[in-house]
Design a protein around this ligand. Sequence first.
Ligand SMILES: *Cc1c(COP(=O)(O)O)cnc(C)c1O
Length: 423
Amino acid sequence: MSSILKAVHSGTEYPIDQVRFTSDAGELLDVAHDLDELRSRYKISREYFQKKRSIINDQPSGGVWHFKELVMPDLHDDHIVSKMEGNTRLYRSRSVAAWLGLKYEKFFLKHEGENPTGSFKDRGMTVAITMAKLLRQKAVTCASTGNTSASLAAYAAEAGLTGIVLIPKGNVAVGKISQALAYGTKTLVVNGDFDDCMRMIREAQERLAAYPLNSINPFRLEGQKTIIWETLLQLNWKVPDWFVFPGGNLGNTSAFGKALFEAYELGLIDRMPRFAVIQAAGASPFYRAYKDHFASLTTQKADTIATAIKIGDPVNYPKAVRALKWTNGIVESVTDEEILEAKAYIDAAGIGAEPASCATVAGVKKLIGSGEIKPKETVVGILTGNILKDPQVIVDYHFHRTTGLANPPHDIEADIQQLQMFL
Ligand SMILES: *Cc1c(COP(=O)(O)O)cnc(C)c1O
């Protein structure tokens, strides 16, 4: 076996096939790979992943399982439950780059909203549901601000497992709850917030043996690492100066840190990029902890229009702090108004993304303004979710505003002369 479960701080080890999510002392667990062994077993190099052809479900793939050697090396291909997640586009935009004051050639948006169910959660889900099945779990669960439940629902359907999702009442975008219902998972609307749902999921794991597919599940993070590796492959392994992305439960922050740490250890990269994690001002416990030099985490009651990051008690906090130390990272916070403005620019560029994703670009704008990001630097922003996830925010913006990039519809009669007025 090349992989084990390992406690984040104490290093206590457990077998990879043990169903557990924390150490006996309550620490988070990593999937730890024997990188030296894997490097020599597969002769891992930049060229190895550049030349490799991967096949999943009898189709040429790429994406998450292109990196199987560093995700779940000992897994048999036949066990993989996959919808060909990953292979997402790396966009450039003249208009967004110009608005930000970055160079067009050096600003990239990696669109994780182009995954099978419309968010990066699918990258984690393919690995975690594969493990759930392998470990003979019957019921899979999650607490969700929306996208995890959409993803879980689709993968549970594929894998033939019973899915139960907990979502906070009144706080989930219509596109996301629609998916959970349509894919046929049991959807429980909890009279509480996301953090209440998350507490219930942890308790349900301990007391009812329900298998959690939130990002406390270390297999989720193994899949999400591939966002970074795939981007590096798309950039011909040229390391950007910055990776910028939103932080909610801090799963991506943790996974991205691990991806870069491992890439560095394996010699795939020779320097570390910096992280900028962006939080919404009304849901910014990580930002505040950062300002306090990570002396402590103070949880909060979260409030923001970006429901995907409306989280006040992030479960991956210890791993995220570690990731920031590895990458000399920073944390910024942006207001809902800044998120909406950035969203209007991303949407009007023909790219589009849901509000939480747009916190990324609002963060870049703010960090360029403060001089933290320099105009000449190479910046990769991660767009985490699809524009269609949250149509209500778009309708509210364009129907009811008169300023900025608002683009309200116009009512006309069925008369060509009225159309002509708009030419
Ligand atoms: C889940 C989610 C996030 C938050 O990611 P974390 O890994 O929990 O920090 C951000 N954006 C979107 C669209 C999401 O679905």
